[in-house]
Design a protein around this ligand. Sequence first.
Ligand SMILES: NC(=O)C1=CN([C@@H]2O[C@H](COP(=O)(O)OP(=O)(O)OC[C@H]3O[C@@H](n4cnc5c(N)ncnc54)[C@H](OP(=O)(O)O)[C@@H]3O)[C@@H](O)[C@H]2O)C=CC1
Ligand SMILES: O=C(O)C1=N[C@H](C(=O)O)C[C@H](O)C1
Length: 260
Amino acid sequence: MGRRVVALGLADPTFQLVGAIDHADSDQAGQDSGSVAGEAPSGVEISAQWPALDDASSPKAVVDFSLPEAIDGCIEQCVKTQSPLVVATTGLSEEQQQRLAEAAKAIPIVWAPSMSLAVNLSMKIAEQITAALKDVSGGLDVEILERHHRFKADAPSGTALKFGELIAGQLGESTQHVHGREGHTGARTREEIGYHAIRVGDNPGEHTIVFGMLGEKIELNVAASNRDCYASGALAAAKWLIQQQKGPGLYSMFDVLGMA
Ligand SMILES: NC(=O)C1=CN([C@@H]2O[C@H](COP(=O)(O)OP(=O)(O)OC[C@H]3O[C@@H](n4cnc5c(N)ncnc54)[C@H](OP(=O)(O)O)[C@@H]3O)[C@@H](O)[C@H]2O)C=CC1
Ligand SMILES: O=C(O)C1=N[C@H](C(=O)O)C[C@H](O)C1
């Protein structure tokens, strides 16, 4: 994702790339970030050293697509330099989510498991479908299937979990989150949301929400054709934080997209 954020950022004249952070042992450390992204050289080397972010003459924002191991250091740097932050990394622990919320009292943060416009719109649609069907005669079964590339480290996807959280918000507090099924599970209860994580090839991300009833079903499918929907969404979020001069707070892509 770092490569696509760099490539799309370089293509947008409203952005100036000032840093490209990786860990010190990265194979790419010391290389030009534009070249690594498959673009013309940017003049910005990939480095573990953070650039100066607190120069008030030009507003800066940080976009993080990394790993849960990296997020604490990133938050620390952004709080220290008062930099707006976009967090796209998924698989954060409860403690890390709390640290993010704490940091958002000091700086503006957009945090979303999917920066995609289509995914965020689908989340709103999923909430509406659930609200309309939750009391349907015979009951409603919601199952969430997600497909991603074989390299993905976390399961289920952050997006699948967010779909589940929003749907559970409509279904009620007794909702159980069931991850996969195996063996003699007994009949499915009406309180469950089932999650199924598929890892195949180079799939850039696909989510299917199945709303099953007795006699009919709805399937809401949203799929990326490539990863640019996430990179451009993250850049839009960075632009939103800067242009709207957002104060401290924890924002979502719903806020950025005007869907909150
Ligand atoms: N919100 C959204 O829309 C999206 C979120 N994601 C999420 O973004 C994250 C990254 O995804 P993806 O790019 O596919 O994953 P990759 O594993 O390809 O990239 C992670 C990058 O972070 C680097 N890294 C590791 N440790 C550190 C550190 N301490 N400091 C800085 N950089 C570090 C890795 O370097 P190295 O390889 O050298 O270890 C690697 O370049 C995942 O959590 C994914 O789920 C992905 C797509 C969309
Ligand atoms: O790792 C990925 O690729 C993706 N991760 C995010 C997630 O976990 O939801 C978003 C997107 O689906 C791609």
